[in-house]
Design a protein around this ligand. Structure first.
Ligand code: B12
Length: 257
């Protein structure tokens, strides 16, 4: 079996910008309700992967550049995860990767607001960064401008330790910048306020448009289905990317120098 150092080097060579390892026995995982063994029985390690976003694209104020950059980064995460699983397989280890964002369980309790594994929690335990006031993983290298993936494996890898110091110094820039006023003083996030503002072309938008269409007359139907909002919903559904806001990320000064 490859050593943990060799594995990390190879995962970086495949395309990850940041790689860390958490052990399934980490008390922090249990404390935050993560149950990797439900996804891979006999899982021993979680490999956290970070791929950097292009800060210029995210901060450009141009939604198309921002969304396209995110699409490319997710493609890279998918590639890194798939290749890492193959690499582990060649070494005789079993592994699965957790979707970076979709599909997500749309069921009863959380209604799409919780992943099979919380990538931020795993990344914080695996030393990639700290959880910021913006509720995102904030890294020293890239600030929050990083998307995450997680691979579970039954390989025994040596675990990293969480950072001693959180790169987020709670400067409040994200809280002040959030147009939905979703970031609270105590560091909690009003999920629904964020989601409704951030995803007008995602499910919240689809639900609103559907409700308006029910019982609408011909003129109203036309004004809805020929509106730019409706067409952006089509674009989001076909491209798979529906985010319309990244202010909590764009406003963060960490990692900008
Ligand atoms: C559901 C979801 C959302 C929901 C809910 C947001 C949320 N805070 O979870 C909505 C739709 C609102 C949303 C919005 C956004 N999202 Co989102 N989302 C997810 C998803 C699919 C699941 C997250 C989840 O399970 N949340 C459950 C709740 C309970 O967890 P939580 O709020 O994070 O709180 C836990 C941790 O913070 C932890 N914790 C707190 N402090 C500490 C300290 C330590 C040391 C540890 C170990 C843990 C810990 O404890 C809390 C309770 O368990 C993940 C992908 C994934 N599978 O992880 C992406 C993900 C979190 N989203 C991401 C992004 C980028 C965004 C947006 C910026 C949208 C955009 N433009 O891209 C906004 C940012 C909103 C914000 N400021 O948080 C990235 C975050 C990358 C990063 N650098 O952190 C992720 C990881 C996707 C990815 N693959 O990169 N998202």
């Amino acid at each position: 079996m490859l050593s943990t150092v060799e594995l990390k080097e190879q995962v970086q060579a495949i395309g990850a910008d940041l790689v860390g390892v958490a052990g399934v026995d980490s008390p922090l995982l249990q404390e935050h309700g993560e149950q990797p063994e439900k996804l891979l029985p006999r899982a021993k390690s979680l490999i956290s992967i970070g791929v950097a976003l292009n800060r210029e694209a995210v901060c450009s104020g141009n939604l198309m550049l921002n969304r396209y950059d995110t699409m490319c980064v997710y493609e890279r995460i998918n590639h890194v995860c798939l290749e890492t699983i193959r690499l582990l397989g060649k070494e005789g280890a079993k592994a699965v990767s957790v979707p970076p964002y979709l599909p997500v369980d749309m069921g009863s309790e959380w209604k799409g607001m919780k992943g099979e594994i919380n990538h931020k929690t795993v990344a914080a335990i695996a030393s990639l960064g700290g959880i910021g006031l913006n509720r995102l993983l904030v890294t020293s290298e890239y600030g929050p401008f990083v998307r995450l993936g997680t691979i579970l494996t039954d390989a025994s890898l040596s675990a990293d330790q969480p950072l001693d110091e959180n790169p987020c110094d709670e400067c409040q820039a994200c809280k002040d910048a959030c147009p939905a006023e979703a970031i609270q003083e105590d560091g909690t996030l009003e999920y629904r306020a964020c989601a409704s503002y951030m995803m007008p072309s995602g499910l919240p938008g689809v639900i609103t448009a559907t409700r308006k269409l029910i019982g609408a007359d011909e003129k109203a139907v036309k004004s809805i289905v020929y509106s730019p909002d409706f067409w952006d919903m089509w674009q989001a559904a076909t491209s798979g990317l529906f985010y319309s806001c990244s202010e909590c990320m764009a406003s963060c000064p960490v990692g900008s120098d």
